[in-house]
Ligand binder design. Structure first.
Ligand code: CO
Length: 352
């Protein structure tokens, strides 16, 4: 499968935080032939391991979950009320079509509604509509009807526009945060499959990052790694209305190496190791400007007695919205950096 086909497959999978089964199933099928062992833990993390020659263990982490919503109430007129799972900007929600995963495993459609502007006061029209005031129209006219249609409190949902290649090498789709990272891990695993490794590598596909790095925390505890590298899809903000010094990362400049975000200050040794791998392999790279966002690395590096942790990201515009965009050359260069880093261990960090 080429990179775009792989990204499309994972982007279109359902994986709202806490409901990652669909995306996990797809990743498991793809990675199983490339590793020595695959298992799923209690929190739903998928852990795929390869044995290396040495004693050192590297945890490569990407999160499977995406931001979404959960049905919190079905009213007597048949409208679904919902709450966010992960960070959303409420201004962008009304009138989007949503995909709701029912208990029966069906993906049903609905539309996010809010009071029509025609009936709002001038003041209210200027104010953003809070999510609590929005509702989902599924075509039911009563709670009984909505229930008969299969909807229940607790059903997860997301907004899912179709994946598209806007121009060659430039794609748009949902959940690039962090399916782009999942693609990087899968493709790195494939490219390393024939190579003998000096370190043990665990490809950890984590659950629940968007609600507080929940999966990565327990994954790191059981893997007990010496080193970890989290791979993210992060805030590409090279766009009108954002000053250059406020753009966390930019598209087309290669993988973004994190120096510090709100969840971790990356040890210099790790940053310099990644820079060295990039420079030795002629891979373009950029820094993710401090101190935007947080990642699984925030949970991983404080596990047990501490883990030497770093983060690299694929630049993606419009994350935490229904559709992101990314450049496939950035994705490719991130794969090269991650695979190169694995091969360069443990020497590149002066470990082992
Ligand atoms: Co993320």
């Amino acid at each position: 499968m080429d990179l775009i086909a792989l990204l499309r497959e994972l982007s279109d999978a359902f994986g709202v935080a806490g409901f990652e089964d669909d995306v996990r199933g797809k990743i498991e099928r793809l990675i199983a032939p490339l590793v020595d062992d695959v298992r799923t833990d209690v929190l739903g993390n998928l852990l795929a391991s390869r044995k290396g020659k040495g004693d050192l263990t590297l945890m490569l982490d990407a999160h499977m979950d995406e931001v979404g919503f959960i049905v919190k109430w079905i009213d007597d007129k048949g409208y679904l009320r919902f709450a966010p799972l992960g960070g959303w900007d409420p201004r962008i929600l009304p009138s989007h079509r949503v995909e709701i995963l029912t208990r029966a495993g069906e993906r049903r459609q609905g539309v996010i509604g809010s009071a029509p502007p025609h009936i709002l006061s001038e003041e209210d029209r200027k104010r953003p509509i809070p999510i609590e005031s929005m509702f989902i129209d599924v075509g039911a006219s009563s709670r009984e009807e909505a229930t008969e249609m299969g909807f229940r409190i607790g059903d997860p949902l997301t907004i899912h526009p179709p994946f598209a290649e806007l121009r060659p090498g430039y794609v748009s789709g949902k959940a690039f945060d962090d399916r782009a990272g999942c693609v990087v891990l899968l493709e790195a695993a494939r490219r390393l499959a024939e190579a003998p490794l000096k370190t043990n590598v665990v490809f950890a596909f984590a659950t629940g990052e968007e609600v507080g790095a929940r999966g990565a925390r327990t994954a790191a505890y059981q893997i007990d790694p010496d080193v970890s590298l989290s791979v993210e899809g992060t805030i590409g903000a090279d766009m009108p209305a954002v000053a250059e010094e406020n753009q966390p990362v930019r598209l087309g400049r290669g993988p973004a190496i994190t120096v510090a975000d709100r969840s971790i200050i990356v040890p210099r040794r790790m940053v310099e190791g990644l820079e060295r791998v990039a420079e030795e392999n002629s891979i373009p790279y950029q820094y993710k400007l401090p101190t935007y966002g947080g990642t699984d690395a925030g949970a991983i590096h404080v596990t047990r007695a501490g883990v030497l942790s770093g983060v690299v990201s694929v630049p993606c515009r419009f994350i935490h919205s229904p559709t992101s965009t990314l450049r496939v050359d950035d994705l490719e260069n991130t794969i090269r950096l991650v695979a190169g880093f694995v091969k360069a261990l443990p020497d590149v960090l002066a470990l082992g």
